[in-house]
Structure formats: C-alpha cells, structure tokens
Design a protein around this ligand. Sequence first.
Ligand code: AKG
Ligand code: FE2
Length: 433
Amino acid sequence: MTHNVPTPEQLKLLESAIVNKPPYCSGTLQLPSEEYILYFGKDDVSYRLDFTNVKNNTLKKLAEACDVATFGVNQQDVLDESYRKAGKLDSKFFAPKFDFESSGLRDIIVNNLLEGKGADHEMRAELYKLNVYGPGSFFKAHKDTPRSEAMFGSLVLIYPTIHEGGSLILRDGDKEWCFDSAKAVNDTNDPKIGYVIFYGDVEHEVTEVTSGYRVTITYNLYREPAATVVNHTSLRTHGNQLSNVLETLLSDPTFLPKGGYLGFGLRSDATIFEVCLAHGLAAKFYILYDDGKGGALTICDRLVNMGTRQVETSLACHLRRRYGAKVIRRATNSRSDEYDWFRDPVLGRNKNAVDLKVHWVTGMTKSTRVEKAFLAYGNEASIAFMYEYGCLVVPVGPHGSREQPIAYSALDDSEEEDDSEDGDDSEDGDDSN
Ligand SMILES: O=C(O)CCC(=O)C(=O)O
Ligand SMILES: [Fe+2]
C-alpha cells in the first residue's frame, strides 16, 4: 500500500528546488574606450580623466574636488570618519561617458536580480554619487538609504585604477561574500570596469584601501512605475526550478496519493507562494507559534495579540481555543500540555493526533522569528515567551485533482500516525540553504 505521506526523497527534491541565490551579482565589463572617460568639476573649470591612461595628478584633483562623505542615519546625513572615510561628489559635479543602456547591465539586472520578471522598461538606473577612496579610506557596514518606495537596489561601478584593498563585502543574514574589485580591474593592458549590483536590503562595506585610489560611481536602481513594483525580495528564489519539480511531483501518483498539506518555513520571499498559486494550489500564510519549551506547535491564520491577559493553559491550548489555531505537532516535552487536551474529541483520542498534518519541505528560519512575552499562569503569574515564525501551508489535492480543496481529518488519518516523518525539525531555525 502506498502511504499518503511524501517520501523523504520527495520532500528533499522540493527543498532542493528552492535555491537561494546570492543577493548580488558582480563582474567586469569591457567598454568602448571613450566610456572610460569621466568629466568632473565644481565650478567653471572642469577636468577630464581618462581611466585607460590615468594621470596621477588628475586623480589627485578628483580626490581634492570631493567633499567628505557623510552617511545616512535616521534620515539625517552624518559625518563620522570612524564609519565612513572617503571623498564623494554629488552627481551634479561629474559626468561619466559610461552609458548604462549600451553596457549590457540592464539585462544583467533584469535577468539576475529581477529573474526576468517585468518588462525591461520598468527598470531605471539613476546616477547617484562618485566615491574616491585614497589610502586609509573605507566605508563600514551599512545598507543604502532607499530614495523611494520604487528603489530596489544599487549598482556600484569600479573604475580601473591601480590600488590595493577596498574590497566590497556583502552580507545577507549569516552569509557573506567578497568582491575583490581591486583585483578585478587590475589589468592596465586590458582595461575593464568592475560592477556590483545588489538588493537594497543587503548590508555591504568597503574594506580599507591600503594603496592607490579606488574610484567608484553608484547608481540607484528603481522599478517603475511604482504601482507595479514586484517586491524585490520575492525574486530571490529560482522560481522556475521549483515550478518544474512541483509539476513533476504533482503528476506523480505516489506523491501524496490522497492529498495532504505541504509546509514551507518562510524566507524573505514570496516566490514559493507564487509558484504554488500558478499550479492551482491554494497556498496560505500562517504564523507558527512555539512556546520554546517543547509544548505543542500550532499554526494560526492571524497574528495574535496576547495583551495583558493571563494565559491559564498551555500556549497551544490557549491559541487553539481563543484563536482557532491548529495543532500541527504535539508536545515533545514531558511536562507537556497533554492535560489540556484530555477531553478534546480530536486531540484527546491519541497523543499523536493533530489538527492538521503538515509535511515540512523547509524548516522555519530564525530570520522570520519574532519573540513575544506574555503573562503565564503558574503558582504565581510569570512572564513566558512565545516565538512566531512565518510559514506557508499548501493544500495538495489527491492525485488527479491536485487543485481540489482537501479536508483534513485527524481521525481519518490516525492509522498513519506511526509514520516517522513529521515536522519535528520545523522550529529548529534551519537557515541552511
Ligand atoms: O564604493 C563602493 O564600493 C560602495 C559605495 C557605497 O556603498 C555607497 O556609496 O553607499
Ligand atoms: Fe552603500
């Protein structure tokens, strides 16, 4: 008999199709020679700098023309040389011959950062600043200040000057990448311009330049018109791969033959949701509640505000009674909340019974975890904590009619209770991908 649970291999296949790409792309471009030219100046006198043939005194002039760079803190520009030591020019004081439109970068941005979504003309690159980093200059970790709702990222171009240090480090969650731009552009015989493009929520820093001058220009990237902005973070997952794997599994008669529920711990990402909808699966967002002490896990279709109300039962029981939360895993802690379920027609029957059995494809991520305190009841009132995670629960109909809504009944399912697969690791903060 085929069990109505996905095999570990089937779940793994789905999980591995959710590949998170780095949140940036980088490389070098060879430009027509005149595009290495930059004009700058703050008054009637302007200078011409040709990066294919850099004259040190012109480079020095550029450094001298710069203002000391500030950075944005709480909507204000702040000068703090322990944080950012560099020179900068506002866009009215310089004019690169570099042409964004003929550079090929639009395609790179649309295909890599926007995963090909949206018509090209909706993306606009706006020249923003020029930065000069002499020896001892750096820019500590920061995120770029969004200039409008429509801004989704930044483009940094690094001109080919001989220098050392000044790598761009990019961070997203606990992952880190380094683009050694000095190395990328260090070829005097064959000039190239370095580029790094990253999403707006990516933390980045420029390490100290130890010799020479590092010159960069930055562009703000916008999606336009603003009304059709696709949440940029939704584009990080390879949607096509997931879509193909899901397609294969849904047409596989051994995959959840009678239907069931798939669960995905949320990344900062809506692609899984979009892919499921595209396959006719009515994916729904839930909040997973965990008391952090091994009590039962529940999912609830709304955020719960406990206020100052004292909770007199286990967290799971309270959420189930008051907010209609569904128990998806029973307590693992021996001092559990079993007593709470004693008379319950569903949960009282069997210590493994749940309101909804969810087959987790990806676990919860710490990055979506919110910790909240509430008043718990004991011998005396005490503060307890609960942890909220975002997750997506996807009903999958039986083979042959996957889009059909399915009604889960713990009682019907009880003969399969001894299946070893369950959501045990769902709250373990599995950020790995
Ligand atoms: O110069 C660079 O490489 C990065 C500059 C930067 O992060 C900024 O201007 O916000
Ligand atoms: Fe920046």
